[in-house]
Design a protein. Structure first.
Length: 277
């Protein structure tokens, strides 16, 4: 309005020469010109562009009038406050947290959260800073999840942070969603991006994992060897290939177990005499 008045004043100074009295028609023309310029300026001020994946929250004199989501150029009341808010899909990675798992072992854990704003009113007016709110609220469910489950499963079917990634990710996403519901944010995905034992126990835990792997492998080898020995004795007896007393059976079982369970390659020894030498 100030600009239009200044322009009209300048035009009036040019159109109405100094020293001449302005007529009523001149004044009326200047007023009409001022009104026209004001309408043009107000029209330009009310133009509001909306980019793709963007929304404008419209607030007029303290009253919320809903989001403007349709992309393109729109005209709104020039006195309306137009707050820009992105509705693009965003993601961030939490900082690495050092916590104790369910069994008390210190671990390091971090997660990636993918989220999007679905309600612009709640995002702008229910929380002070919705982006910071998302970042802060995502850490608490992650910490709670880490303390509620062990790093490794102790029994088959137990939920563990390392071996149950799918179920753990779903639980983490739901817990974060419950906390961000009031901020108008939808959590699309949440998954663990970093998981490791803390540095002070990493070597000890690595040795324990290696020992468990060795025990599991040995158990499988022994079970297979016993099955093979049992099959060999059964077939020798069923086909009457040779008749062995209990002592010779025990010796045969011992020799077969040594051959099958040994870590190193065994060398055969040929017996040129009888079995009872």
């Amino acid at each position: 309005m100030t600009i239009s008045v200044g322009i009209v004043y300048y035009i009036g100074a040019v159109l109405v020469p100094a020293g001449e009295n302005a007529t009523g028609l001149d004044i009326l023309g200047l007023l009409l010109l001022a009104g026209l310029l004001t309408l043009v300026i107000v029209g330009f001020v009310g133009l509001t562009p909306v980019n793709p994946n963007e929304a404008r929250a419209l607030v007029l004199f303290g009253n919320y009038h809903g989001p403007l989501r349709k992309q393109g150029l729109h005209w709104v009341n020039p006195f309306t406050e137009r707050r820009r808010i992105s509705v693009r899909v965003r993601n961030f990675e939490t900082s690495k947290l050092k916590v104790n798992d369910q069994t008390g072992n210190p671990i390091e854990i971090a997660a990636v959260v993918v989220w999007v704003v679905t309600d612009t009113a709640e995002a702008l007016f229910e929380v002070d800073d919705y982006e910071n709110f998302v970042h802060v609220q995502a850490e608490s469910p992650l910490r709670n999840l880490a303390t509620s489950h062990p790093y490794d499963a102790h029994a088959e079917g137990d939920l563990a942070l390392r071996s149950s990634q799918g179920a753990i990710s779903d639980q983490l996403r739901q817990e974060i969603q419950d906390r961000l519901e009031k901020a108008g944010v939808q959590v699309i995905e949440a998954r663990i991006s970093h998981l490791a034992y803390a540095a002070e126990i990493a070597n000890a835990m690595l040795r324990r994992q290696q020992a468990k792997a060795v025990i599991a492998a040995r158990t499988l080898i022994v079970e297979g060897a016993v099955g093979m020995v049992e099959m060999a004795l059964g077939q020798l007896s069923a086909k009457n290939v040779v008749t062995l007393d209990e002592e010779r059976k025990a010796q045969m079982v011992s020799n077969l177990l040594v051959v099958l369970c040994s870590e190193h390659e065994t060398q055969p020894v040929v017996n040129a005499g009888t079995l009872y030498q």
